[in-house]
Design a protein around this ligand. Sequence first.
Ligand code: UT7
Length: 324
Amino acid sequence: MGTVVLGTGSCLPERILTNVELESIVDTDDEWIRTRTGIESRRIGGKGEQTYQLSANAARQALERAGVAAEELGLIVVGTISSHMLMPSSACFVQKELGAKNAFAYDLNAACSGFLYGLDLADKYIRADHNMKVLIIGAETLSSRLNWQDRNTCILFGDGAGAAVFGYAEGPRGIIGSKLLSDGSLWELLYMHAPQSLNPDLTVPGNTGAFIQMEGKEVFKYAVRAMEESVRDLLSREHVKIEDVSLVIPHQANIRILNKLIDRLNVPQSKVFINVAKYGNTSAASIPIALDEANSSGLIAEGDTVLFCSFGGGLTWGASLIKW
Ligand code: UT7
């Protein structure tokens, strides 16, 4: 098959923000957040914890575990919607931090689906060039992109980064395939404006600031349906039965979304990795953080079939399968 994960890593900011602390910031309560989302706390970036810095820490861990030197990397991609600068990309800053002087680097904007879109890129590049080593990161500091007076959004999101190093291996292991989709016509359900235009002719009506805005209820419905469909399509295309999947690592947005997905796919809860309680929704970082936690706690063995699925702003969504 070919494209294998050589190593994973993750990095979470030190500061933990609990639901109870949020009660003094916005009109909400611990009970509501727990029952409606499953979230108990989230991490909030501080000094030295910009998106690219969390990314570089996660990447160093992944490279070390992979036994790959930074100079061996041919490509670095960071899935993110919360870089500290618009240009250069976070990926270029990561390259500088790592000293990955033989790589080219760029960011990918697919919101919460950023890591899966990146995983598919890694697969395509590595299939074309078996010597290539690719570093895919999902990283966010969404605490810097939230309206802290909007209880519909600020209680949901958190900061963090996860990384995986991909390379080529002979044999049956590797990425089986991905089913990725987007629907730009639904952009208004979940979006974030850019900074205000300095050209009066290019101002965007309704741009009240560069922070996340969301129609939560609608997103919820689409999330369940779209993830279920992409998983079913992918499994059927690749002739894999859901019973043969060893572990599902879904995007961690809301425990109620995950429970509905578990019901609809008819997969045992014990086969689904869930950490939304600790970190909230870390957007592009959620899947690689979960992957690293599952991997480093020994939940994935060689030969296992691991299924990923994601959903986010764009709208973007999809599913991927790996034979570990
Ligand atoms: O990464 C992918 C992108 N995002 C998502 O996947 C999020 C998808 N959506 C969701 O997770 C859920 O829709 C939310 C958690 C955002 C909201 O849950 P909900 O069950 O859809 O609640 P709701 O928006 O219908 O609000 C129910 C009530 C409302 O009060 P009234 O109108 O019934 O009096 C809200 O004003 O809960 C109120 N409410 C809150 N109360 C306390 C909304 N947010 C809060 C809050 N604390 N933080």
